[in-house]
Design a protein around this ligand. Structure first.
Ligand code: UDP
Length: 248
């Protein structure tokens, strides 16, 4: 978030944003499932200009052995930005930011992954941000949810994620890059299918009323994303009726 150039208007008088969206609209999302042959589950997701690839491995024996837990699987989440994913080359290797995003994203999944079924194992979620355009942590969580389901990891439900923010004094859903750069606040959220919040972060300042208003927008955004996720998974896993009758 930086100082906005004086002549830059992010929302026009008729309520349209620079990319033509209204305040309550998310960017277009495209999801492909099962794109990596060596991973147990995978997903490629585009959201606006973000491009995210996720590979899930496991449950598999956790190494090193001392990392194992006798009563459950350990969940590991690694968020990484490709050096070519941003305008100024991202320095390879972990950064404070990527370590923080990995931690909060792992925690966003812990309430739904049934880790207790797989003692002494590890479930690895590897996120590669190929192109970043604001909202990569939320995009990566949406993609990871699909990759976990693709890997057949038992979950109580999908996790869905979306941010709201404050731009030109207005509360809007799913910030794009200009809004992220020059807006007043960014507030990423992740939630279960039942609307229980598993990740909440805030950059900038918001009043309690603005947060309330933003959370209503996020609920709407997450509902739309959940429908996209469910449609993709249904398409992947549903068995055509003809195939079943041919085999029997
Ligand atoms: N960004 C960048 N270089 C970096 C980190 C971030 O150019 O080292 C850009 C990138 O487009 C990212 C955006 O800034 O999507 C917003 O970053 P933020 O830390 O808010 O996380 P995000 O919104 O991607 O979850």
């Amino acid at each position: 978030m930086s100082n906005k150039p004086e002549n830059l208007t992010l929302i026009t008088d008729d309520g349209l944003r620079l990319d033509g969206r209204r305040a309550d609209e998310i960017r277009p999302m495209k999801i492909e499932v099962g794109v990596l042959s060596r991973a147990d589950g995978s997903c490629y997701l585009e959201w606006g200009r973000n491009k995210i690839l996720v590979g899930v491995f496991g449950p598999r024996e956790a190494h090193p052995r001392r990392s194992q837990r006798a009563d459950s699987a350990v969940i590991r989440y690694r968020y990484n930005m490709a050096s070519f994913s941003v305008e100024d080359r991202a320095r390879p290797g972990p950064s404070r930011r990527s370590i923080e995003i990995s931690k909060v994203s792992r925690e966003a999944f812990e309430p739904v992954i049934m880790a207790e079924l797989f003692p002494k194992t590890a479930i690895d979620i590897f996120v590669e941000v190929l192109q970043a355009d604001a909202g990569t942590r939320t995009a990566a969580i949406n993609a990871s949810s699909i990759a976990l389901a693709d890997a057949g990891i038992p979950m109580k439900g999908l996790i869905t994620s979306c941010a709201f923010g404050k731009v030109d004094g207005k509360i809007v859903l799913d910030l794009n890059k200009e809004e992220d750069n020059y807006g007043e606040a960014d507030f990423p959220v992740a939630m279960t299918q039942d609307g229980e919040i598993t990740l909440i972060q805030m950059d900038g300042n918001l009043t309690p009323d603005e947060i309330k208003q933003g959370l209503e927008l996020v609920k709407k955004g997450c509902k739309e994303i959940l429908e996209i996720q469910q449609a993709v998974l249904r398409k992947k896993f549903e068995t055509p009726v003809e195939e079943v009758s041919e085999e029997t």
